[in-house]
Design a protein around this ligand. Structure first.
Ligand code: HMG
Ligand code: MG
Length: 308
């Protein structure tokens, strides 16, 4: 199959990248990050989560973040909602896309959202219904699609099962998420081969964390199978509060460099994103783990004229 000529990059840094930060990131900084990302051309920015602040304190300012950002007409601002309470807050905050998030592993479902997979689907059903009634986009994220920190191996059939349940809830898009970054291209291909049997390929996305350094290889493998939506986090920020040792998503700069090299259109300006990666990692005192980002920053600095 020919690789897609155009790919949608969903920037998840403001949510997945920051949710694990122990120190509270100032709301104004989150707002500036979202504004800079939308200005760089991302068609979709995962902005925040309307979850329990007892579970994820960093996202407690979700309503303020949503109220403070400048909306761009061509940007979809997505938010995570685990239940109807989260949905109502998301609706009040004028989110464009509601993200429900389940897992292909029972153990992870319990740790992340405190219920079984089946219970989570029951809880998501009214959220999905309300999202549709209000004309909002609905996305479903399937954690642990390529492996689980508690259970280890996750059968492909379990991923397919959750994808089918999300499809039945009316999801417009479904994310195949490698929460702990253990997947390799072979497994990525096996999972996409199976899930594309039950949900349209063009509405499936790859959400790869980069713990084992496989994310770009997995993206390339998925591209070869015609997947054209990928999630990434600027500067590679992040980690999952319920997956110890898991690192951030694949760095956006690295994904953009890959796409540019393959001649794939994203509509996002790499140079601008490199600057944003530098800005956010410096602001919160985190290392910038984007290889392309660091290389391009070093190049830009060495290209600057020096005083004698
Ligand atoms: P629970 O403790 O079972 O439920 O949590 P609860 O109803 O007893 O709620 C606990 C407290 O939170 C209560 O407060 C509720 O009112 C409040 P109290 O009465 O004790 O004062 N509460 C809320 N507050 C604000 N907004 C809400 C909300 N709901 C309840 N929406 C629950 C169950 C699902 C709420 C909880 O487990 C939760 O919020 N989990 C979220 C976990 C999370 O955000 N994880 C990270 C995102 S997922 C992810 O990163 C994976 C992804 O990136 C893909 C991948 O890589 O795999 C998407
Ligand atoms: Mg994630």
């Amino acid at each position: 199959m020919a690789i897609p000529q155009k790919v949608k990059i969903v920037e998840v840094g403001p949510r997945d990248g920051l949710q694990n930060e122990k120190e509270q990131v100032p709301t104004a900084l989150k707002i500036e990050l979202v504004n800079r990302l939308s200005a760089a051309g991302f068609p979709n920015v995962e902005t925040t989560s309307f979850v329990s602040p007892k579970w994820v304190p960093q996202m407690a300012d979700a309503a303020d973040v949503m109220a403070g950002i400048e909306r761009r007409a061509n940007t979809i601002y997505s938010v995570l909602t685990p239940n109807l309470r989260g949905f109502e807050a998301a609706l009040a905050a004028a989110a464009d896309e509601i993200v429900i998030f389940g897992a292909a592993s029972e153990a992870f479902s319990q740790k992340n959202i405190n219920c079984s997979i089946a219970e989570s689907i029951e809880r998501f059903a009214p959220v999905a219904h309300a999202a549709k009634e209000n004309g909002l986009r609905l996305r479903g994220s399937v954690s642990c699609s390529l492996g689980c920190p508690y259970q280890g191996e996750v059968p492909v059939a379990s991923v397919v099962d959750v994808v089918e349940r999300f499809a039945a809830l009316g999801c417009d898009e479904i994310d195949i998420a490698d929460t702990i970054g253990v997947g390799t291209p072979k497994r990525t291909k096996e999972v996409f081969a199976a899930v594309t049997q039950v949900f349209p390929r063009e509405r499936l996305s790859g959400h790869f964390h980069d713990t084992y350094g496989q994310a770009l290889a997995n993206i390339y493998a998925a591209l070869q199978d015609g997947i054209a939506i990928f999630h990434a986090s600027v500067a590679g920020l992040g980690g999952c509060p319920y997956a110890k040792g898991a690192t951030g998503n694949v760095a956006t700069e690295d994904v953009l460099y890959l796409m540019d090299g393959l001649g794939i259109e994203t509509g996002v300006d790499l140079a601008q994103v490199v600057g944003i990666g530098d800005f956010i990692s410096t602001s919160i005192g985190r290392p910038n783990v984007s290889r392309a980002g660091k290389a391009l920053l070093a190049k830009a600095r060495s290209d600057q004229p020096r005083c004698a």
